[in-house]
Every structure is written in C-alpha cells, then in structure tokens.
Design a binder for this molecule. Sequence first.
Ligand code: HEC
Length: 90
Amino acid sequence: MKTLSALLFLALPTGAWCADLPPPPTFGTVEILNDHCLACHSAEMVLTQPKLPKPGWQAVVTKMVKVYKAPLEEQAIPAIVEALEKLKPQ
Ligand code: HEC
C-alpha cells in the first residue's frame, strides 16, 4: 500500500501529461506509471495485478497501446516493461 499511496500522491502535481513530449532520459517506476499509465485508470489497476514476468508485462503494455490506444512512445516501452517487472507484489 505504501507504493500505491506514493503513486497517488505523486499523481496529483503531475496530473497532466502530454503524449507529444519525449520520455525523460531516466525513469523511475513511479514516474513511468504516473506519466504513462494513470491517464486512463488508477494505479490500483496496475498494482493489484499478480506479479508478472517480463513477457507478461510486455503483453499488457502492448495491449494498452494496441487495444486501448495508450499514447506510449515506442522507445519508452522497454523501460516501462522493465519498471513494471520490478514492481513488488502486494
Ligand atoms: C489509453 C488509456 C490507457 C492507458 C494510457 C493505459 N491503460 Fe491500462 N487499461 C485501459 C483500459 C480501458 C483497461 C481495461 C479496463 C477495464 O477492464 O475496466 C486497462 C486495463 C489494464 C490492466 C488490467 C489487466 C488487463 O489486461 O486488462 C492493466 C494491468 C493495465 N491496464 C496496465 C496498464 C499499464 C501498465 C499502463 C502504462 C504502461 C496502462 N495500463 C496504460 C486503458 C489504458
């Protein structure tokens, strides 16, 4: 729950994200989720998933892009998948 509160807290001041901005050079997990995943659903949607191996997260992120049209930069996807893989299970 600590991670979730941190995510929600950090989501407040950075609420607006822009698909046109290039991804920042370094990513932390929280920043990645804030910037790319919380526009459409809550952090809970991501954090309540069972722990997935890398290909599992890759598939989720691909689905977000292909099915739900998440505005993710292609070059940012490997970093996003890596950060998601490091998420601790609840
Ligand atoms: C453009 C909107 C959008 C963005 C951006 C987005 N998602 Fe989603 N996501 C959805 C929708 C819509 C659902 C399905 C919601 C439902 O079933 O109630 C979903 C569901 C999910 C689920 C639930 C499991 C599943 O496969 O349906 C996970 C996990 C998830 N998203 C992770 C992410 C992650 C990680 C990111 C960032 C890399 C992200 N999402 C970005 C729209 C988005």
